[in-house]
Design a protein around this ligand. Sequence first.
Ligand SMILES: [Zn+2]
Length: 257
Amino acid sequence: MTDLARIASHLDTLLGTATIPDYPGALNGMQVSNSGTVHRVAASVDISKNVIEDAVRANANLLIVHHGMFWGGAQPITGTTYDRLRLLITHDVAVYSSHLPLDAHQTLGNNVLLARTLGLEPNAGFARFKTVDIGVRGESDVASEDLFARADAFARANGGAARSTIIPAAHRTRRWGLCTGAGASTETLLEAQALGLDTLIVGEGPHHTAVAANEAGLVIIYAGHYATETLGVRAVADHLTETFGLPSTFIAAPTGL
Ligand SMILES: [Zn+2]
């Protein structure tokens, strides 16, 4: 058993919760408290009624998530919002959420871990958001079709599938950028072009990003929003196991995206 406040404060420091900027709905840090101690940790990408039920079944009383409870802004505590809160409070489950701080983290972050999982070694930042680089970039020499196959295998192992823009024959990935989740946008495409990148690996992005990439001769690999953000929460749970001796469980809950 470990004190909940001690874990929250440890994670706040480790992840830079107070200093990394984010969208208002992220509300990084402790989102729901419990009665004070933790005996098992569960981790999942998103919070939902099903995820909370799985955490309760696993006998966890701290749930670590990447996308927390408040994305929609202030909402009445009715319907599924009520169901989630009732389950959490009834079963004494605390919630700690970390969005961009977890994307950007140097060792536990979604971006650095996905790059390494795909056989890429980052050497710089990418996808600037206000004062921080959320993503990573680096150099390689790999057939872009092979990189796509690695991304697709990873996505399929995590309940999804990868898509890509048109990969020209013999196209090689020599300068890449990576931004998990909704990583393809007008901003990241402009940044990629300014940096001379030839390949972008993201979770997802709007259709216009594919049109712009094909036009500019840039390859984008869309490996799925959910799949690309499974690594960070797993790493945080493993870190809590190593640091505090708390057992942990990953709750897979693919969204189809
Ligand atoms: Zn996300």
